[in-house]
Write a protein that binds this ligand. Structure first.
Ligand SMILES: [Zn+2]
Ligand SMILES: [Zn+2]
Length: 537
């Protein structure tokens, strides 16, 4: 029963003497498992299927069944007929068990799965889940699973409570590992938890070795400013086109036909009402989600949405967070000055989701605009270099010999809070960040070793500006498949082609300065030969 008494002394084999600081992962949105519990504290049955971490009872099939008749009625009568009300309310009903109340706490008995123990003491399933959020399993072989921790929290819950839990976990990790200092890896929304940690627990600087931010929403995101504001694209043609282009297979054809039949205007009404439901149920009372509102947009939005008596407590808490957000730049510099080594991984030049208007104005990675993830990097919009004659601003860089302009001319990293330790990945989709093995290698390298002090330490391996690639399928499926092929049964020609394709994939993976097209070509040639020899459908 030792596992139930995590506070009893040091649990690591190294007793804190191995030289690898233990790491706490602070995951992003939807990367924690949250369940609704009944009065006996048991997970309620018939809730969201496995794989959907949130919302707690989102059952796509049940939603489709509930809407089948109203959809048909709307299509046949060519009128709304109450369809948009029913559809948006049905979505709302799916989300409402996940809602927080005006006190900022969940209305239901919700529980985020917590791991107050190292990955070494997690079950195999728990460990697999942790490493599915950020694949550090390889890296942790070096320092040991007993040096990896994961902060589970409700993405639609309470920011200040979660920051307090992170602070407590840092203390727990110190006690359990015997190490005096801990690394933290705030990912995406996890960045907003770090905002509160640094502001409300300034003493934590003595507990931290490194902070490695991964695509963090340090100044929220313009995406969520638009969502809170109800400021989204109302161009119906845009939705028809994007849904039609993504509809595939038999179900896809049905969707296409149905779309032709939906009366004009119903679409946008449906979107507007659904957005309102989502905002009112999931976002309005969640101080974690308020953390995703940029500092400069906060006051107007809070005045608009939180100035009534009912939201007094939420407003008190979001005002506190806002203070932390306003101090974030100063806090980061203070922590860095006191010896905490801080790194930042930023994706850019991947359009922000086009159903919000921010997509037209900001560079980003699908979810987070570059200014937020880098805390200040100036940039042109997607595929748009900085203006002709633009001069590197050196707002934060003090060495005139440094060049911090991206090779594509889009980003001036010298204006970001940490120009010397922020790494940028071009055309990188936020959601596929963990699929980019170079990003994972870089994060691992930063956590485990001290050779990379800044972007100039090993530019031939990890330059400040790099590119995107998604190699998860190649590494996890295609290459193992290729390795299991019985070469003796192949023709000499096929065997040579397979050999060459595998060699090219391996050479590409060993190269950490990314050539996106090369990685696509390598994967395609491996797929081609695997299909030819019947190993891939
Ligand atoms: Zn150790
Ligand atoms: Zn510099």
């Amino acid at each position: 029963m030792e596992a139930n008494k995590p506070n009893e002394g040091v649990l690591t084999a190294c007793r804190g003497k191995c030289g690898y600081s233990p790491t706490i992962i602070v995951p992003g949105i939807g990367q924690s498992k949250v369940s609704r519990l009944d009065e006996n504290g048991n997970r309620m049955k018939n809730e969201a299927p496995p794989g959907i971490n949130f919302p707690v009872c989102f059952r796509p099939r049940a939603l489709a069944m509930a809407l089948a008749w109203p959809v048909l009625k709307m299509i046949f009568t060519r009128k709304d007929n109450g369809f948009t009300d029913r559809a948006s309310k049905a979505v709302g009903a799916c989300l409402s068990p996940s809602a927080a109340g005006p006190d900022g706490k969940p209305v239901n008995h919700l529980q985020a799965e917590k791991y107050p123990k190292s990955a070494a003491r997690c079950t195999q399933d728990e460990r697999a889940f942790i490493y599915s959020c950020i694949p550090l399993a390889e890296a942790s072989k070096e320092a040991g699973d007993d040096h990896i921790y994961f902060l589970g929290y409700n993405s639609f819950g309470n920011n200040l409570e979660t920051a307090a839990e992170l602070y407590e976990m840092i203390q727990l990790v110190k006690r359990e590992t015997g190490h005096g200092k801990v690394n933290i890896v705030p990912i995406s929304l996890g960045g907003t938890i770090a905002v509160s940690l640094l502001n409300f627990y300034p003493q934590v600087k003595n507990d931290l070795d490194k902070i490695v931010f991964v695509v963090p929403g340090l100044n929220g995101t313009k995406f969520f400013a638009d969502i809170y504001n109800g400021n989204f694209n109302t161009d119906e043609v845009f939705y028809r086109k994007s849904i039609i282009s993504s509809a595939k297979g038999f179900k896809g054809r049905l969707v296409k036909i149905a779309l032709w039949l939906v009366p004009k205007g119903v679409f946008v009404d449906l979107l507007r009402k659904t957005f309102d439901e989502v905002r009112n149920i999931l976002l309005l009372n969640s101080t974690v989600m308020w953390g995703s509102v940029p500092c400069e947009d906060y006051e107007a939005l809070a005045d608009k949405l939180l100035s009534d008596e009912a939201h007094k407590e939420i407003r008190r808490q979001t005002d506190l967070f806002h203070e932390g957000q306003a101090n974030m730049r100063a806090n980061i510099l203070k922590f860095a000055e006191s010896g905490v080594r801080i790194f930042d991984i930023v994706d850019y030049n991947y359009p922000i989701h086009t159903f919000v208007n921010a997509s037209k104005k900001y560079n980003g990675d699908g979810w987070v605009n570059i200014e937020s993830a880098s805390l200040g990097a100036a940039s042109g919009c997607i595929d748009t270099p900085l203006p002709v004659g633009y001069i590197q601003q050196n707002t934060r860089c003090t060495n005139p010999a440094h060049s911090h302009i991206s090779p594509d001319g889009i980003v001036d990293a010298s204006t970001g809070i940490l120009p010397e330790t922020t790494f940028y990945f071009r055309n990188q989709n936020h959601e596929l960040t963990a699929e980019n093995d170079v990003i994972i290698k870089l994060v691992s390298e930063l956590l485990l070793h001290d050779e990379i002090k800044d972007v100039f330490s090993r530019p031939e391996q990890f330059p400040q500006f790099n590119n995107s690639r998604a190699t998860g399928n190649l590494r996890n499926t295609l290459l193992p498949k290729a390795a299991s092929v019985e070469r003796g049964k192949l023709s000499a020609e096929d065997s040579a082609e397979l050999q060459a394709a595998v060699a090219e994939c391996e050479a590409m993976l060993a190269e950490t300065v990314v050539d996106t097209e090369r990685s696509v070509r390598a994967e395609e040639s491996l797929k081609k030969i695997l299909a030819k020899i019947g190993s891939l459908k």
